[in-house]
Every structure is written in structure tokens, then in C-alpha cells.
Design a protein around this ligand. Structure first.
Ligand code: SF4
Length: 309
């Protein structure tokens, strides 16, 4: 199996099992530049929805993956940016559904849920996972650093309305960043807002991977526990995912194909290579640290690798 352009993984997801990713947008095309983004800062931010790729091209790769016996529990539309900026989301999900009975999920920052076309596209999915990190305009600007014309009130109204119209599963993810949105007062405000939204599950996360801004810190364990007490939901600040898989034969290329979309820490790289019975793991680590296309980040006492873009 060769590396694909749009299909990647499957990647073990802490929430969804073995998740086969499909990315309908070019690298880091996003309408936010979140301070905690694991892909780094958003350069050239945009809020223009476009048909970046042909739906047929995306579906062709998906079909090929299935034909070659690729396994997965769920298909996730996600990218190295914001997938709702792909203008043909509606058609894409419909076409994917013709080829699988497995659920289709969309991970979104939720910025454009107030747009009818975006809502119509997402309604085709079985599971939508929007983010809600802010509770007012000020925290929105601090944490998500949105494209200039996007206002928190519109984003929240979009989420609220969508949540009442949507018939699939809606799981909200809240990323807490120390000193920005984790105060007692802030958490109470967040709780107020959540009472207006109809959702199935809530996940409370903290930046466990190297963030876009070096000053970003995880809230303390006590704060995370308090957040869970106030908001309910599930904490997902678990460090290492296990069980990465790739159909790419060459070990080094296989690691590159994953870290282009999903940074891996050294423990994850090692367990991934062990699972493939790779006998030159140290050599691969050396290549990774020497590779000009790979960024090696020291964070929390261990190395994390991600592809530069
Ligand atoms: S975390 Fe998601 S929404 Fe935020 S900048 Fe990164 S890609 Fe965009």
C-alpha cells in the first residue's frame, strides 16, 4: 500500500477507537490560530470555503484503502486545519456513505456552524465533534485567535442551533489552557453556556502535545478535576496513544506519513515501530532528528516529532 494524499491512519483515537482520517483540506488551512494547536501557528488564515479537492479524488482513495483490506472503526473527517472550510462536505459524506456502513465523524472547531450550508453538510455525518473553548469574546480571542470577522456570539449561536437540529451524536470538546479559560468564574460561565446546548458527551482536554505557543500550559490536575466537577463530562488528558498503524511499507516513510497529520512522541514512535517488528529503531530516531523536514520538539521531558509545513 502506498502513502495516500487524503486518507491517513488509522490512528487510535482516545474516544472513537481506530479512526481512519480523511483530510479534505490542504495543510493548516484554518479560520482559527489556537494557541494550543499541535500543528503550530496558522499562517495565511482564511475563512473562505472552497472546493480544495474533487470529491471523487477523496472517495477514490477511500475505496482503494477498503479494497486493500484496510481496517477501521470509524471514518473521521479532520485535517491539519478546519474541515468545514471544504465546500463540498455534504457531497463528500454522502459519497463515503455509499462505500461503508461504518460511522462517519467530523471533528470541527465549530466556527461556521451558523452557516446553513455548513450545517447541511454536517447533518449527513453520524457524529460531530465541535470545540467550545471560550465562554465570551475575550477568551475566544485569547485562546482561538479567530479570523477577523468571526464573532463569539455567532459561533455560540451556531453551535446552540445546530445542537437542537442535529439528529446524530454531538460530542463537545473543551480545551482548557492554564490562565486563560480555567478559572472558577470562567468554568461557571462555561457551564451556563452548556445548559443551552443539546449534546451527548463532553470531553475536557488539556494541551498534551507541543502547542503553537511555548507559553501555553496545562491546568493543574486539581483544576482539571474541578472543571470536571463543574462541567461534568470526561477528562481526556491521557498522554500516549497506542496502536498507530500504517499501510506504508517502509518504516521511516510510515512514521512520516503519520506525523504529517498527527505528531507522535518518542514513546509512540517506538511502540509503533515495535509493532511492525522494525529492527533498526535507533537508526530511525537518528534519521528523524536529522531530517530537515521534521521538527523535533522537546516538551515535558521527551521528544515529539512532527512534519514541518
Ligand atoms: S487547533 Fe484546530 S482549529 Fe485550532 S488552529 Fe489548530 S487546526 Fe485550527
Amino acid at each position: 500500500m502506498s502513502a495516500y494524499q487524503f486518507v491517513y491512519g488509522p490512528v487510535p483515537s482516545r474516544r472513537m477507537g481506530l479512526s481512519l482520517g480523511i483530510s479534505p483540506i490542504p495543510k493548516k488551512v484554518c479560520n482559527y490560530s489556537c494557541v494550543y494547536c499541535q500543528l503550530g501557528r496558522t499562517r495565511g488564515m482564511t475563512n473562505e470555503r472552497r472546493s480544495f479537492y474533487q470529491v471523487e479524488a477523496l472517495v477514490k482513495e477511500f475505496k482503494d484503502y477498503i479494497k486493500k483490506g484496510g481496517v477501521f472503526d470509524i471514518v473521521t473527517l479532520v485535517g491539519e486545519g478546519e474541515p468545514t472550510l471544504f465546500a463540498d462536505m455534504h457531497d463528500l459524506i454522502k459519497e463515503l456513505k455509499k462505500n461503508t456502513t461504518k460511522p462517519i465523524a467530523v471533528i470541527t472547531n465549530g466556527a461556521l456552524l451558523y452557516e446553513e450550508e455548513v450545517k447541511a453538510g454536517l447533518k449527513e455525518a453520524d457524529l460531530v465533534l465541535p470545540s467550545l473553548d471560550a465562554y465570551d469574546e475575550e477568551t475566544f480571542i485569547k485562546i482561538n485567535r479567530p479570523y477577523g470577522t468571526i464573532r463569539f456570539d455567532d459561533v455560540f449561536r451556531g453551535l446552540k442551533d445546530f445542537s437542537h437540529e442535529y439528529e446524530g451524536e454531538l460530542w463537545i470538546e473543551t480545551m482548557l489552557v492554564k490562565g486563560i479559560n480555567d478559572s472558577e468564574e470562567g468554568l461557571q460561565k462555561m457551564k451556563e453556556l452548556l445548559t443551552e446546548v443539546s449534546y451527548d458527551r463532553l470531553f475536557i482536554n488539556s494541551p498534551v502535545r507541543p502547542p503553537a505557543e511555548k507559553w501555553v500550559e496545562q491546568p493543574s490536575e486539581g483544576t482539571m478535576a474541578r472543571a470536571q466537577e463543574i462541567l461534568g463530562g470526561t477528562l481526556i488528558n491521557v498522554l500516549a496513544s497506542e496502536g498507530f498503524a500504517s499501510g506504508v511499507e517502509d518504516h521511516y516513510e510510515a512514521v512520516l506519513s503519520i506525523i504529517g497529520r498527527h505528531p507522535m512522541n518518542q514513546h509512540e514512535v517506538r511502540s509503533f515501530l515495535n509493532s511492525r517488528s522494525c529492527d533498526n529503531i535507533e537508526e530511525i530516531f537518528k534519521r528523524l532528528t536529522r531530517d530537515d523536514g521534521v521538527e523535533t520538539i522537546e516538551y515535558k521531558g521527551y521528544k515529539t516529532f512532527r512534519l514541518k509545513y
